[in-house]
Design a protein around this ligand. Structure first.
Ligand code: NAG
Ligand code: NAG
Ligand code: NAG
Length: 362
């Protein structure tokens, strides 16, 4: 029961989808009479989908060529599996059935397909951004874009529908003509006139050299014109960079000064410690020498007391002795090195061999 209902729903969805997407796929029926230009976009619209065209036998057949490097409707198709591009001198029509030879001037062409027209011999001079290699398709007829100033020209106005973000529609007109580069076809005189410079009054984009007639009906800047900032912008940016670099340097200097001071204090503490350590070792060594020069038969107990415990025993040196100020937690390496160094020094001093020091220090 549930299987049947789900199947029905699935079929219903497929039916709805195929109804909404009314285009036929490969092998399905179509009618060439239904092919027409879309009134909003002026693109060719047929019964067949984006990868097929309506063939003479009224079925949709796979396309035999493409006009764009990356054609519409071929999602998921490998690049080398796309229909071929047409060679030089040929074109792929909007249907995309097969490549055809380019049409000479006066021949028929499809909407906005300037590339279907064979270029003139001097195509290099006539080539411009409003034509293709010097040819232009106007009112479905191939023309050269070679009409000069003051001569009669042909005009084609095409209304398009634009959509705003809000969904509202607006119409705009694209006007094309066969005037040479730098000229436009005036709609009332039907003669080629010189394009207008920046700031001149205009009624359409084609009248302006920049191809941009602003909403104030004056020729504006071209859409791709680079912005040239004033001198003040360079000065401000330069100042900004200089101030940034200076502030970084000054703050670094302050930071370094602080750590320099901290290091200085650490070093002073370390040297003070070392000096104190050395002095206490030397005091101990003096004390030992003094002990050795005590009169014979002095008991060890008495001698020890004379240094550390009994200042009244008459040994002046006992007052000068300071308790060794050695930090027990200082690094072992330093303590060892300092201790062995001092030992060597002391051995040398005691034995009177000054050469012993340098030999060990290497
Ligand atoms: C219709 O014509 C196309 C293109 O010539 C061909 O590929 C296709 O097989 C034909 N279909 C039928 C049913 O004859
Ligand atoms: C214009 O002509 C040149 C030389 O024949 C060719 O290489 C180029 O592809 C043509 N441009 C177009 C858009 O057809
Ligand atoms: C433009 O080209 C056509 C076709 O070659 C030619 O007849 C016509 O004289 C040319 N016009 C100008 C102004 O050169």
């Amino acid at each position: 029961m549930s299987r049947i209902s789900s199947k029905t729903i699935f079929l219903g969805i497929v039916g709805l989808a195929s109804f909404a997407y009314a285009k036929s796929g490969w092998g399905e029926a179509c009618s060439q009479a239904n092919s027409h230009l879309d009134s909003d976009t002026w693109a060719l619209d047929s019964d067949c989908d984006a990868t097929t065209y309506c063939a003479d036998n009224s079925t949709c057949a796979y396309r035999g060529c493409r006009k764009d490097i990356y054609p519409f409707g071929y999602n998921g198709v490998a690049f080398d599996q796309l229909p071929a591009l047409c060679p030089l001198g040929q074109f792929c029509p909007d249907e995309g059935d097969r490549c055809l030879d380019q049409v000479p001037v006066g021949g028929s062409c499809q909407k906005d397909r300037d590339d279907e027209c064979a270029p003139p011999p001097d195509w290099n001079d006539l080539n411009g951004y409003l034509n293709v290699n010097g040819t232009v398709c106007l009112n479905f007829v191939c023309q050269y874009a070679n009409v000069t100033l003051g001569l009669q020209c042909i005009l084609e106005n095409t209304p398009y529908t634009g959509y705003l973000d809000s969904g509202a529609q607006y119409a705009f007109v694209i006007s094309r003509d066969n005037c040479a580069n730098g000229l436009y076809c005036d709609g009332t005189a039907m003669q080629c006139m010189k394009d207008k410079a920046f700031g001149a009054a205009c009624t359409g984009n084609k009248e302006c050299l920049s191809y941009n007639c602003g909403s104030d009906h004056k020729c504006g800047r071209a859409a791709d014109e680079p912005i040239h900032p004033g001198t003040y912008a360079y000065v401000l940016v330069g100042l900004g960079i200089t101030i940034l670099i200076l502030s970084v340097m000054i703050s670094l200097w302050f930071v370094h000064r602080r750590s320099r001071k901290e290091n200085q204090i650490k070093l002073e503490q370390y040297y003070n410690e070392q000096i104190a350590y050395r002095q206490s070792i030397m005091s101990m060594s003096h004390a030992k020498n003094s002990l050795l020069s005590l009169p014979p038969n002095t008991s060890a107990d008495q001698a020890r007391r004379s240094i550390f415990a009994d200042p009244d025993d008459g040994f002046a040196s006992a007052h000068d002795l300071s308790v060794p100020n050695i930090r027990r937690d200082s690094s072992a390496a330093w303590s060892d090195a300092a201790a062995s160094d001092s030992e060597i020094l002391l051995n040398g001093e005691r034995n009177g061999e000054s050469s012993a020091g340098p030999r060990y220090r290497g």
